[in-house]
Design a protein around this ligand. Structure first.
Ligand code: PMP
Length: 285
């Protein structure tokens, strides 16, 4: 992914894609002192850009550092890098991390670096898999308790269990993994939140140990605007037997229908289809 044409915004300036490098003794590389965002741009406009820029700053604050650019500066930098790469439909990846000024667990004097990259990324899951509904399997890794890891931060370190889960799922022939939380409740997928449709109402887990996704909140709003009931509550895996439809939500995944989770099967239906249409209209509005 590093060997391509284009530009990356790096600590205030646009530099050629291939030159956007860091030292091997970067603190973030050794100790995961890094936070990031994932954004989508539709028709030249980043959907909920300010929310994403604010979340990047908040994620950093949770890890104990201040992202050295304001929300407005991050917004402006994002538009600049999109323009430099002539991307009107694609994905944006801001990242902030502790640099290589000191080595060891303590890193109080490290510089906080920020980079923003963007590229064309049409679909997170293949379009064929999306239409039928993707297949998930339950991960053996669980989302940690909020006093075990800073689960409200979109912190790189938390993605270690996501990559482990996703690789295991892919190696076993699935598209993605369902992660339970530390209590054994349904939490989320490895890069997206989850919704169950039961008797026409939406049920989704309480986001108390994983990201309360921007897409998740958008979909809750869209559903309520449609007059659908939305219930945030603890959900046990056995309840998948009573779900008529299941879908994932995330910036990259958008709304992705789920066809099965282990032995439970679902058919993408009217509710999922209606919300996909609403979401498409909302992001392009
Ligand atoms: N959970 C995880 C683990 C994620 O990586 C993402 C994607 N950022 C989400 C949920 C969904 O968040 P959002 O809708 O803000 O993209």
């Amino acid at each position: 992914f590093d060997d391509r044409d284009g530009f990356i915004w790096f600590n205030g300036t646009l530099i050629p894609w291939r030159e956007a490098k860091v030292h091997v003794l970067t603190h973030a590389l050794h100790y995961a002192s890094s936070v990031f965002e994932g954004e989508r741009v539709y028709n030249g406009k980043v959907f909920k850009l300010t929310e994403h820029s604010e979340r990047l700053r908040e994620s950093g604050a949770i890890l104990g550092f201040e992202v050295p650019y304001s929300t407005q500066e991050l917004n402006d930098a994002t538009m600049k890098v999109l323009e430099a790469n002539t991307i009107v439909d694609g994905y944006v990846r801001p990242v902030a991390w502790r640099g290589s000024e000191m080595m060891g667990v303590a890193a109080q004097q490290t510089r906080i670096n920020v980079a923003i990259a963007c590229w064309v990324w049409p679909s997170y899951f293949s379009p064929e898999a999306r239409m039928k509904g993707i297949r998930l399997t339950t991960s053996r890794w669980r989302r940690p308790a909020p006093d075990t890891a800073p689960s409200r931060s979109k912190a790189a370190g938390l993605y270690m269990i996501c990559t482990l889960s996703k690789h295991q799922a892919e190696n076993d022939g699935f598209h993605d993994a369902l992660m339970l939380d530390y209590r054994g409740r349904i939490a989320e997928a490895t890069g997206a939140n989850i919704f169950l449709v039961m008797k026409g109402a939406l049920h989704t887990p309480v986001p108390d140990c994983f990201l309360d996704g921007i897409t998740r909140r958008t979909v809750i709003d869209l559903a309520r605007r449609r007059g659908l009931e939305v219930i945030e509550r603890p959900i046990m895996p056995s309840e998948l037997a009573n779900a008529d439809e299941v879908f994932l939500t995330g910036t990259a995944a958008e709304i992705t229908p789920v066809g099965s989770i282990d032995q439970y099967t679902f058919t993408p239906g009217d509710v999922t289809k209606a919300l996909i249409a609403d979401y498409d209209a909302e992001v392009r509005a």
